[in-house]
Design a protein around this ligand. Sequence first.
Ligand SMILES: Cc1ncc(COP(=O)(O)O)c(C=O)c1O
Length: 330
Amino acid sequence: MLAAITSATLRDDDFQQDPTTLNLESWIAELTGKEAGLVVVSGTMGNQISIRTHLQGPPHSVVADHRAHIFTHEAGGVASLCGAMTIPVEPSNGNYLTLEDLQQKTITKFGHVTDCPAKLISLEVPLGGVIMPLSECQRISDWAREHSIIMHLDGARLWEAVAAGAGSLKDYCACFDSINLCFSKGLGAPIGSLIVGTRTFRERARWIRKSIGGGLRQSGVICGPARVAVEDTFLGGKLRESHVRAREIARIWESYGGKLTYPVETNMVWLDLGSAGTSLGEFIKKGEAVGIALMGARLVVHYQICAEAVRRLETLIQSLLAKKEDSQGL
Ligand SMILES: Cc1ncc(COP(=O)(O)O)c(C=O)c1O
């Protein structure tokens, strides 16, 4: 990636002159089966520009899982940038939304002057590491299109679902009008995301991107390592290694009697700390003692997490769950 940064072209992307950037955009568009791509600096920017690009003016609502990143971690952008009402939906199966969950909450028509109809459904795959099956995406997409509802995918981590064998990039992306894909996170690039859709979508998205200060100049330094991330980490098969590590961590946790909040399907492990009789504070503090920096009960594994880190984690898990067994007099 460092070599790709030093050899990147340094033309101006605001004027669409930079070959490293233009090549990455058209290559990712091709990989996802879409007409065009646009580089943005972050996953948040990718989602927000996509949603703003699609939505023309209120009244309109955006429907998504109640835990979706666009609702919970994007500083209220859907409201402030689009003036949209947000409709958070809880998945009845606890893991991922189904068509039936969405149908119950989505207002499809201007039935009454008091209604705020849904213009866009945003899905997230995977969400918290859990994969919405391709067949469910297809059902939702078919129904949304029948009702002229735009489909956006927060696919910041879609690479993980594809690496886990849930479906191809093209098949997932075919369900959506726009998709946001990140090169940082599991893929390991230092910065950058890309949104894909039609050529018309890209043109308007460029304009929205510019309006929020996201127009880039020498973006080749972002796109060079991003390409390595896709070629080497994703196509090179490294994501699967992190899934194996994640399953190993889950197995260790369960072998000491711990419970998981969500199934481990990709690179995330959600520990139910309550089941271990411990608090987040204690977990973080004990982690520090064995040299592991923790932020919460969600462990995100990337391909550079080594066997030694897992061994230390096991020491930590053992000390937490042994304490529980002692207190139960086992
Ligand atoms: C699913 C999802 N969408 C969007 C984002 C936002 O990406 P960024 O932190 O680059 O803004 C993240 C970040 O972790 C994410 O996990």
